[in-house]
Design a protein around this ligand. Structure first.
Ligand code: ZN
Ligand code: ZN
Length: 358
């Protein structure tokens, strides 16, 4: 079958190969025909080496499709069922799951380091244990979450990571209060979803911060009340909050420099919500006086910061009610030529829809 493969970390071009096979099918597993996949910023971070990932690998961890086959012991799924792929399956039994924090379940990492694919040249890994830039994947049954018939595959794929992560950060983790002031630094698919979450929660001001003009324009369409380039953030803070700082600041970039800016942009007693996935060797500094004296709450948010299945259900309910716009998140081109080209090729001749987050 066909898959888009990154041969070495640090490269920016994927090669579409047609000799790839999904491996590992057996008890407790399911085989899925991928019908839609998204590109999340984490895929790009894994390609560049910011996030740890063995190579060669198939990027993509936001996907949806149909079950082709179920392994022994899988009783709740059947061939033909429409599912979205959850890259962080909850075991349901560990202390984190029992506390309703399935986003912290480590069960999905137990297979880390096990190849998901093979080809005549050797093993091929799948990003985050999935690898959705392909026609078929074999995953744990817990990674396949049934979706209602009215949810299209491309919408479901986005719910599988970016949308859940951004909305959840605003709703579950930060619990943005009505009437508050919010700044969101980094306006890709996750940042846009955090903006939509802040709007849902009733934020009065939502300032989108991004160096890319097209992203700032998009942020305004999704509910930001204003959008500024990073160099204009200090001025916006002064103008909107009288210099005090925002009630909530979301860091959706994953770098210590932007997290530090976000901290300084948060008001005393306000909330800094860290959503971006950063590198193991990128350290963020605070002095002990400011940490204590300014009483800013630093809240990291992983995969929406709450029960993942509940977050999916809530997103679907909000989407059906027209309260969140997921259709407009879908775009078919990214500014990464080597990825774009490969995805175009994946679309040709196979029914793989790509729903790339902006
Ligand atoms: Zn668990
Ligand atoms: Zn993701």
């Amino acid at each position: 079958m066909r898959a888009a493969v990154l041969h070495e970390i640090g490269q920016d071009k994927l090669e579409v190969l047609d000799d790839v096979e999904a491996v590992g099918f057996g008890p407790g597993k399911v085989r899925i025909r991928v019908r839609a996949t998204g590109l999340c910023h984490s895929d790009v971070s894994a390609m560049s080496g910011v996030l740890p990932q063995p190579a060669p690998f198939v990027p993509g961890h936001e996907g949806a499709g149909e079950i082709l086959d179920v392994g022994d012991g899988v009783t709740h799924l059947a061939p033909g069922q429409r599912v979205l792929l959850c890259w962080l399956p909850a075991c349901g039994a560990c202390p984190a799951c029992r506390r309703g924090q399935s986003q912290l379940c480590l069960a999905g990492f137990m297979n880390a380091g096990t190849p998901n694919f093979k080809r005549p040249g050797g093993d091929v890994f799948g990003f985050a244990g999935t690898g959705t830039f392909t026609e078929e994947v074999v995953v744990d049954a817990g990674c396949a979450v049934p979706i209602p018939d009215d949810v299209p595959f491309d919408i479901a794929a986005l719910i599988g990571c970016g949308v859940t992560t951004g909305l959840g950060a605003a709703v579950n983790t930060a619990k943005v209060e009505a009437g508050s002031s919010v700044a969101v630094i980094g306006c890709g698919g996750v940042g846009i979803s955090a903006i939509q979450g802040a709007k849902l929660q009733g934020a009065a001001q939502i300032v989108a911060v991004d160096p890319v003009e097209s992203r700032r324009e998009a942020a305004l369409r999704f509910g930001a009340t204003e959008a500024v380039a990073p160099e204009a953030l200090a001025d916006a803070k002064q103008r909107i909050t009288g210099g005090e700082g925002f009630d909530y600041v979301f860091e959706v970039v994953g770098r210590s420099a932007t997290a530090r800016t976000a901290y300084e942009t948060t008001r005393r007693g306000g909330t800094l919500c860290v959503v971006g996935a950063g590198a193991l060797d990128d350290f963020l500094q605070f002095n002990m006086f400011e940490l204590f004296f300014d009483e800013k709450r630093i809240l990291p948010s992983m995969y929406g910061g709450g029960d993942v299945l509940r977050s999916y259900e809530r997103t679907i309910a909000l989407w059906r009610a027209g309260r969140v716009d997921l259709e407009s998140l879908i775009t078919h081109r990214v500014p990464l030529a080597g990825v774009n080209e490969a995805l175009e090729q994946m679309r040709t001749g196979v029914a793989l829809r790509t729903c790339i987050e902006i």
